[in-house]
Write a protein that binds this ligand. Structure first.
Ligand SMILES: *[C@@H]1O[C@H](CO)[C@@H](O)[C@H](O)[C@H]1NC(C)=O
Ligand SMILES: *[C@@H]1O[C@H](CO)[C@@H](O)[C@H](O)[C@H]1NC(C)=O
Length: 194
């Protein structure tokens, strides 16, 4: 009880994020595209939901709704994560770790996205159509391990589409049905033919 009282304030606003490999976080590139209000919100809570962001962005003259597409990586920009680009090969098995801090049962998936076209590439690498981050399982300590520690296989047919850093992004996407909130977390990568 004491422990949960102590932890609660720190976790109260948090829901989930990719903890490995390194996810996109806010920096000067995101500030330039999204303005300081969105950056302040994501800095305060790296797991904040998407739905509140457009209103926050609208407070700032610097908000550029096209460059800061909150529905892709919450608007976080490649430029702020350029030091953490993962180099993957076609067919490679990649381990992803998600930290869930507040549960909201819903659907989730992980997809590769062509960033310039804002287009999902092919089928999701993994999908949970329902039952993701279910409250009852979470508080019983029985969240299925494969919701937070899982492998995905990089497609073999990407060609050179994701060869340049920043061209594509891996996005983890979770919608909490009851909360009506969307959470996104993104990893930068390249895939080059062996
Ligand atoms: C991925 O999950 C989101 C949120 O549940 C959903 O809106 C989207 O349709 C899903 N995408 C695919 C390709 O299943
Ligand atoms: C992911 O793949 C690696 C290598 O094949 C394997 O050792 C590991 O157990 C897998 N992890 C999960 C969660 O399946």
């Amino acid at each position: 009880m004491l422990t949960s009282l102590l932890l609660f304030p720190a976790l109260a606003a948090c829901h989930g994020f990719i903890s490995s490999p390194p996810m996109r976080t806010p920096g000067s590139s995101t500030t330039a595209a999204c303005g300081p209000s969105i950056v302040g919100e994501i800095t305060r809570d790296k797991t904040s939901h998407v739905e509140g962001l457009p209103e926050l962005g609208a407070q700032d003259a610097g908000f550029d709704a096209a460059a800061c597409n909150v529905w892709l990586c919450k608007g976080l920009q490649y430029g702020d994560n350029a030091d953490h680009v993962q180099a993957w090969a076609p067919g490679q098995v990649v381990n992803l770790q998600v930290e869930l801090t507040i549960p909201h049962a819903g659907a989730a998936n992980v997809s590769l996205v062509d960033a310039a076209r804002n287009e999902i590439i092919g089928a999701p690498l993994v999908a949970w159509p329902s039952g993701y981050a279910d409250e009852r399982a979470f508080y019983a300590g029985s969240t299925p391990a494969d919701q937070t520690d899982f492998n995905v296989t990089i497609p073999e047919d990407l060609g050179d589409r994701c060869a340049e850093p920043g061209a594509c992004v891996l996005q983890w996407w979770w919608y909490g049905t009851g909360a009506k909130q969307t959470y996104e977390s993104c990893v930068d990568f390249t895939v080059t033919e062996a």
